[in-house]
Write a protein that binds this ligand. Structure first.
Ligand code: NAD
Length: 270
């Protein structure tokens, strides 16, 4: 891809909280331009009416495929819902766009399907459970810690309108920890569970506790315990702006990747 060329973005979920932030900020980034805004809501409404004067001067549409047939775009940014991402990615790769999936709650089967579509078409793509640079670093540090401290639990805290639990970040962190451990975690003593779910849910041998309350944006603690010591890693996204540098980075770099990759770390630590 010509480095000096503007990268044209199609955004799905454009009328949502994350999509609106992309319209407002990523569209202003040098070399990036949002050329298509797709959503089920606010159809026909100009993006500037709900995302402000710095957003693109285009109306929201509801048909992704038909719209992409009439417009030139390079990258699909998907902040809609995990259930729709496989179809959106398929629609995109068929037309040569690289999918950058930010919606979480995507099933393992759908991720496999998307990876296969990218392989068949030789179009690179990404699934990024967390675009915040600090959150990617937290996962990297968790990977380092897990090698020496295999016993750990995750507490993730999000706003009460988040639909999936645990968060995509928590699940990815558990996967990374499990891959990095050189020893299995210590077998936990049997606890008398008086309230169902009190110990959280276990994924990849890591207990995950999901808190949902108004006021939070996106936060996570990874707590490692060893005899006589505790190590706590904590990351807080205070504002949705925290995700946008990562979105811009993924939009710029995705075409340079090979195949379908998971996580912004694949770009940050290349
Ligand atoms: P939101 O509910 O505010 O926005 C979602 C938007 O997508 C809505 O406007 C909805 O109408 C639209 N939508 C849903 N399904 C659609 C479909 N099939 N076709 C077209 N439009 C559709 O949610 P949000 O807070 O903006 O979050 C969106 C997603 O991004 C969630 O999955 C969330 O977990 C995820 N998220 C990811 C990150 C990250 O760093 N990867 C950060 C924050 C949120």
């Amino acid at each position: 891809m010509d480095e000096s060329k503007t990268i044209r973005l199609a955004v799905v979920g454009a009328a949502g909280r994350m999509g609106t932030e992309v319209l407002r900020t990523v569209h202003q980034e040098p070399g990036l331009e949002v050329v298509l805004a797709v959503d089920r809501e606010k159809v026909g409404v100009n993006c500037r009416e709900f995302a402000g004067g710095r957003a693109p001067d285009i109306a929201v549409v509801d048909k992704l495929g038909a719209s992409l047939d009439n417009i030139q775009a390079d990258v699909l940014i998907d902040f809609s819902h995990g259930s729709g991402t496989a179809q959106h990615a398929d629609t995109a790769v068929k037309r040569g766009l690289s999918p950058v999936i930010g919606a979480t709650g995507v099933s393992a089967a759908d991720l496999k399907e998307i990876a296969l579509r990218c392989k068949e078409t030789s179009i690179p793509g990404m699934y990024v459970p967390n675009f915040a640079i600090g959150a990617v670093l937290m996962m990297k540090f968790a990977e380092m810690a897990a090698k020496w401290m295999p016993d750990c639990e995750i507490i993730e805290l999000h706003h009460d309108r988040k639909e999936d639990a645990p968060s995509g970040t928590a699940m990815r962190t558990a996967e990374v920890i499990n891959e990095a451990r050189q020893d299995a975690p210590t077998r936990k003593p049997r606890a008398a569970i008086k309230v169902e779910g009190a110990r959280g849910g276990s994924y990849k041998d890591v207990n995950i506790h999901s808190v949902r309350l108004p006021g939070y944006v996106a936060h996570q603690e990874v707590i490692f315990g060893r005899l006589g010591e505790i190590l706590t890693l904590r990351h807080d996204s205070m504002d949705r702006a925290s995700f946008m540098q990562g979105v811009a980075l993924a939009a710029r770099e995705v075409k340079k990747l090979s195949g379908f990759v998971v996580g912004l770390d694949k770009i940050l630590f290349r």
